[in-house]
Design a protein around this ligand. Structure first.
Ligand SMILES: NC(=O)c1ccc[n+]([C@@H]2O[C@H](COP(=O)([O-])OP(=O)(O)OC[C@H]3O[C@@H](n4cnc5c(N)ncnc54)[C@H](O)[C@@H]3O)[C@@H](O)[C@H]2O)c1
Length: 250
């Protein structure tokens, strides 16, 4: 997959899935800006990538802040002269069902999970257009495609909005050479999930919904991002790509 010398911004790349995306893109020759609220984690990830021969920069950014987005995009242009790829990946989950959630918590979910994608697109598109085009990849979830009974409604609503924002941007900005796609991971194998799986009933319940019979890995998700970012995906636009072992196929 060709992403060599592409300039990439990834939000929430201090840890979790975003850091694996950053590592994989760097291993394939991209220059990656890691945007995260957590400066310690973000700088450590960038240092680690640079030590192993990659090219990564850390920018402390709150993805809900318009001023932070403006400053971050300016910094990328000042440093590298262009922006090829934006991955809107940062997200949160306040794990409460709708009847227990208050309106402030609902608004926080929307602001972080959906507002951040809006702001990222708002500031990336003009610089991509100037450069003849670019790629936007938004991390949604299987919950951006289906109502999932184990997941809070606010998360599902926020990720559903990301799915449709992606398609709307894909159709409007294709004329400017901007491709926009979303990825939809199912539950990823993390220490949090392994703790949940100590309860055998939970394990059977969760794995039972995956036709391929296993959890997603961070590598599965990062590989999807690598493909969508690459030149090989040059005709892929407006796609909602599940990375879910078939969870959403029935
Ligand atoms: N892990 C899963 O099972 C799973 C499944 C489907 C979708 N997703 C989605 O994938 C994305 C990444 O998930 P993850 O599991 O790696 O999460 P994570 O919690 O491990 O990492 C999220 C990162 O985002 C950062 N962040 C949070 N709020 C921020 C803000 N306001 N500004 C800047 N950075 C902020 C955090 O500091 C953290 O480094 C999220 O959008 C999540 O909804 C995750």
């Amino acid at each position: 997959m060709n992403v060599k010398d592409k300039v990439v911004m990834i939000t929430g790349a201090g840890g979790g899935l975003g850091s694996e995306m950053a590592r994989l893109l760097c291993r394939n020759g991209a220059k990656v800006f890691i945007l995260d609220l957590d400066a310690e984690k973000g700088q450590a990830t960038a240092d680690d990538i640079n030590k192993s021969g990659g090219s990564a920069y850390f920018l402390k950014v709150d993805v809900t802040s318009e001023a932070d987005w403006q400053a971050a995009v300016n910094k990328v242009i000042e440093t590298c002269g262009k922006l090829d790829v934006l991955v809107n990946n940062a997200g949160i989950n306040i794990r409460k069902p709708v009847e227990e959630m208050n309106i402030d918590e609902w608004c926080t979910m929307m602001k972080v999970n959906t507002g951040s994608v809006f702001l990222g697109c708002k500031y990336a598109i003009p610089v991509m257009r100037k450069n003849g085009g670019g790629v936007i990849i938004n991390t949604s979830s299987v919950c951006g495609l289906i109502g999932h009974k184990y997941t809070p409604e606010a998360y599902t609503a926020s990720k559903g909005a990301v799915t449709m924002l992606t398609k709307a941007i894909a159709s409007r900005y294709a004329k400017d050479g901007v491709r926009c796609n979303s990825i939809h991971p199912s539950t990823v194998d993390t220490p949090l999930v392994q703790a949940l799986f100590k309860d055998p009933e939970r394990k059977v319940e969760r794995l039972g919904e995956v036709p391929l019979g296993r959890l997603a890995t961070a590598d599965d998700v990062a590989n999807a991002v690598l493909y969508l970012a690459s030149d090989e995906a040059s005709f892929i636009n407006g796609v909602a790509l599940p990375v879910d072992g078939g969870v959403t196929c029935y």
